[in-house]
Design a protein around this ligand. Sequence first.
Ligand code: GLU
Length: 350
Amino acid sequence: MKRAYLTAIFILIIAVPYKILATEKSRITILATGGTIAGTAESASQASYIPGVISIDEIIASVPGLNNVAELNGIQVCNISSQNITPHIWLKLHTIIDSLFSNNLSDGIVITHGTDTMEETAYFLNLTVKHKRPIVLTGSMRPSSSLSADGPFNLFNAVSLASSTEASGKGVMVIMNDIILSADDVTKSHTVNTNAFSCPNFGPLGYMRDGKALFYRKVETKHTFNSEFNISKNTKLPQVEIAYSYAFSSGLLIKALINSGVEGIVIAGVGHGNYNREYAAEMERGYGKGIRFVRSARVFRGGVDKAAEEYEPKHPVSGIKSPQKARILLMLALTKSNDSNEIQRLFDQY
Ligand code: GLU
């Protein structure tokens, strides 16, 4: 009798919470924006296709059992190729995510996105969404109609990652080809292969195996929950462009940018963020007109620090941020200040 009583207590203590845990799924919202993951081709083996065709419901239906991984809610934000992304879509994503998290309506976010500018949307959200809950971007390199489409497995991994407790507080992540990549360093580094993404400076954060997240490194830059950027009231973002540097660059492009009234210019410099005399003269003129410059590098790895060949302190350096990421950080920095020292502080911390 006593034994039966103890067994009943044991079952109550162990089995009931286990049952609750086993059935309590994370609430994951999938925000669909388009890209190849929503693309279709005329035949299953053809390389050319049209991105942004199928809907979020069709994408979810392409992953058998995805509803067993999490409680899913799909929202079609837009259905575009990501080269056509706009500040309006970024601000819309920010508003949706902020309101879902602030009102405790979602435990994690997955964004399906074209791969071309995925790293930029990821970095923008990494700097502006002030929450710890997971935000994961994914996409695909092959369209949904392909013989071995990579989208369904990428989506399965993304939903699994966004549901995992270990993903909390890690900042915005990209998952492609089983690799978990941090928004601070991720870049598209192959134009067509399914293994198209890498973190050239710091390597992957971890991997997905059997729907489980295995993390191997930490993110040291400031992001998400400890970001100081407040854009919830912004309806637009400062205009910042990128000026590419190359052998005997004429200065024509940078001159045109300065005359057009942009607020900031990132230099995609040669080597360790260098540029020629024509650029230097134009930058001097632009700085006098209130335009702020950041020196970045067209070189894939290593970044730009202050130990530069001709260090000019009034032009902040990007650190390891690529020109396209430096552009986003400069846009956000300019919402706060156009003081060069303050801009440099932000580049040192984020
Ligand atoms: N250019 C399209 C885009 O970025 C398709 C590329 C892709 O998603 O892989 O949306």
